[in-house]
Ligand binder design. Sequence first.
Ligand code: NAP
Length: 264
Amino acid sequence: MKFAVTSKGDSKSENLVQIIKQYLLDFELEYDEEEPDIVVSVGGDGTLLYAFHRYSNRLDKTAFVGMHTGHLGFYADWTPAELEKLVIAIAKTPYNIIEYPILEVIVRYQNEEKETRYLALNESTVKSMEGTFVMDVEMSGKHFERFRGDGLCVSTPSGSTAYNKALGGAIVHPSIEAIQLAEMASINNRVFRTVGSPLILPKHHTCVLKPVNEPNFQISIDHLNLLHKKVHSIQYRVAEEKVRFARFRPFPFWKRVHDSFISE
Ligand code: NAP
């Protein structure tokens, strides 16, 4: 089996990476940064987001497992104290794979054939470069609302505990193949009206955002923030691809929610 180890870059994570790498080499696993079967991410959930994007071209062949060096993470749920247990499990145990849905984002541009496709593990947000953000929102090809406010956030179920939660979105169990659209500070008065609630879309539904005036936007894909000019539309749906996590022990999602947000 081929493995890679990614790190947050701080000294604690770097030290753990060296130990994990040496243990796995001693167990005669092959280190392969280009085509790993399993990636051990050491740091936090943010570190796992980077690992996901590093290997997003081979999601069907690479599984992820995360160790946290700070607080308990949703993707990074192993502790440094469990290092030996994890290494032995990777080397010796046929592990289970758990698949979570991810988000497909397609940005199309005015007067251009070109379109850009992205995959997000947590979410994609759209904000204006300047002035109020105004977007027509379409659900499965039908006009739904004209949104005015700070921006919109479309998240995956596993990303629902991240930015989406801060926006008042629901926490969605990752076994549900869905995406969630959440508002950022919508303008609601007698003239302008939005639904005001987060919306959860099933796999076969598509959400398309179409600029009303200003066509330049700041679009984030997880940690990556890019300026997109002359945008014609931004299309969101559940991706065909999935992210795969190597599971060596049960750690139910609701327990992770409890331990992260209520008490450990
Ligand atoms: P960051 O600003 O360094 O980290 C943002 C925080 O989000 C970190 O504490 C991170 O956990 C946590 N996080 C990431 N994925 C999560 C998940 N699925 N569930 C719960 N918490 C999660 O930025 P970053 O490390 O580059 O990560 C980018 C992410 O930051 C974005 O995808 C977005 O979700 C999040 N974000 C949140 C807000 C907000 O809540 N208001 C605003 C902007 C961005 P770790 O400490 O374990 O890495």
